[in-house]
Structure formats: C-alpha cells, structure tokens
Design a protein around this ligand. Structure first.
Ligand code: HPA
Length: 275
C-alpha cells in the first residue's frame, strides 16, 4: 500500500511540485462551489495511479489547484465512496496521497440527511464529531507506520481551532451554521425511518455516506481536518416525503452561495493557522 501511495504522491508532485497546504473536498452537488479560484492546474482523479474512476452522478472527479485570495488551495470535485464496492483504503488513497504531497489542512464537505426535524433542507452543519457505522475502517490491515501509529487517537477528529474559525466566519456573514454529530453509513440505500430513530438515539444529527473514512485516515497522519455537512433533505421518516438523489443535488445547489461565501471567508483567515 505504501508503494501505491508513494506513486500517487509522486504523480501529484510531478503535476504540482508545490502542492497546496489546504485541500477542500466538495460533496454531492457542490462541485461548482469555489469554481471562482484562479486555476493553475487540473488533475483528474482517474489519472492518479491506483485511483479508480469516480462513478457517482454529481461528482466529476478532479482536483483543481489555484489561488483563492492569498492562499493556494486544492479543490476536489468528487470523491470515492465505500458503496462503489471499493475498500476504504482505496476510498482514502487520493487524500493520503495529497497529505503525503504536502497538504496539511482538509476541509471535508458532504451532502447529508438531517435527523433534526427543525433543520431545514439546504442548511449547513459544522461536524463536531462522527459516528462511523460503516462496519469497516480505512486503517484495517498492516499499519503504515510511516504515516501514523497503529492505534491513533480520535478524541478531536474535527479541529476545534478550525471549527472556531468557521463559527466566527459564519457569524460575520450572518450564515446560520448548526453544529452536530455526523453519522457515516455505508449506503447506497438511504436509511429506513427505524434506522434514523436509532441514529437519533445514538446522538446523531445528520447522516451520510462519506467523510468519516477520510477524516480517520487523515487524523492517523496527524493532519488537520474540519467537516461541513449540507443538510440536503430531512432523513427518512423525519419529514413526510421519500428520498431521491436529484433532490439531494438540487438542495446542495441551493446552499451553493452560502457555502461558497463561508469557505472563502474561512480560507481567507487560514493565515491564523498556517502563517
Ligand atoms: N441519507 C444518507 N446520505 C445522504 C442523505 C440521507 O438522507 N442525504 C444526502 N446524503
């Protein structure tokens, strides 16, 4: 695995020798957020060694590197998912490779179903913590000691200093920002109402099919992680209707302006962390 990761890292560095320190990962339907960056380079996921093609509608599968204000960023449009039939170590491979190439801070976004009845569709939730109920873990297998320890601490997966920047940026922009626990499930079926009731009892606030594996793998490497969910729909049984992917994409689209403004403001303040 380490040799695959090194090849993927070398490929990224051959296209982008000074890989950005900040990576933003866009969830379903959010591909056009931060499309205003001054793009220097585009790297297709499928060209990165050992990365299979992204197969989900709403995900284009590329990394766009460029300037956002005074910071260079890598914006990932799309990611890989467990439900595509990939191992979690494959799902996290591009992110580990970016971290090995020099990225230090990862802003992970996703589309999620809202477990709270009073959080309206297209609202934004800062991820305080997660419940990874995928039944697997990206670190299963021999530990890659070059990357991190066998039993990495997960007490603060989502960086409190970064969350605090998000909170104050949202306040300044008057963007409502909830904060809660993201439940990661494997999918691809949406949940049943009974499952959602169980997740609520367990302390979940939003549910989705991504983010936790990347966050675990990146924390293993000691990288800084923060997560934002776009609550695209009320989870099954919370509202009255049924769920479908096009509603998820439409609703994520409606959050586009707010998410774009929030990320731009937060990244503008990243100097507070990166100098
Ligand atoms: N459940 C799981 N994943 C999701 C949902 C949902 O309701 N909405 C968007 N992604």
């Amino acid at each position: 695995m380490l040799s695959k990761l090194s090849e993927a890292r070398d490929f990224l560095l051959s296209h982008c020798p000074d890989f950005p320190k900040i990576v933003v990962v866009m969830g379903s339907g959010m591909g056009s957020v931060l499309s205003g960056i001054a793009v220097e380079k585009e790297i297709l996921f499928k060209d990165i060694p050992h990365v299979p093609p992204v197969s989900v509608e709403g995900h284009t599968g590329k990394i766009r590197v460029g300037m956002l204000g005074k910071h260079r960023v890598a914006v990932c449009q799309g990611r890989l998912h467990f439900y595509e039939g990939l191992s979690l170590s494959t799902v996290v491979l591009p992110f580990r490779a970016m971290a090995m190439a020099g990225a230090e801070t990862f802003i992970l976004t996703n589309a999620a179903g809202g477990i709270h009845p009073d959080w309206p569709p297209s609202s934004l939730m800062l991820i305080r913590d997660h419940l990874c109920l995928m039944g697997s873990n990206p670190l299963i297998g021999p530990n890659l000691a070059e990357l991190g320890p066998r039993f990495p601490d997960m007490t603060e997966v989502y960086s409190e200093p970064l969350r605090s920047i998000f909170r104050s940026a949202a306040k300044r922009l008057a963007i409502p920002l909830y904060e809660g626990v993201y439940v990661a499930i494997h999918g691809p079926s949406y949940e049943t109402p009974a499952e959602i009731r169980m997740y609520r009892l367990l302390g979940g606030d939003a549910v989705g099919m991504s983010t936790a594996p990347e966050a675990i793998a990146l924390r293993h490497m000691g990288k800084r992680v923060v997560g934002i969910s776009c609550i695209t729909n009320l989870a099954a049984g919370v509202g009255s209707g049924t769920l479908n992917h096009s509603e998820v994409l439409d609703s994520a689209e409606q959050a586009h302006g707010r998410l774009n403004a929030l990320l731009t403001e937060v990244i503008g303040r990243m100097g507070e962390l990166h100098g």
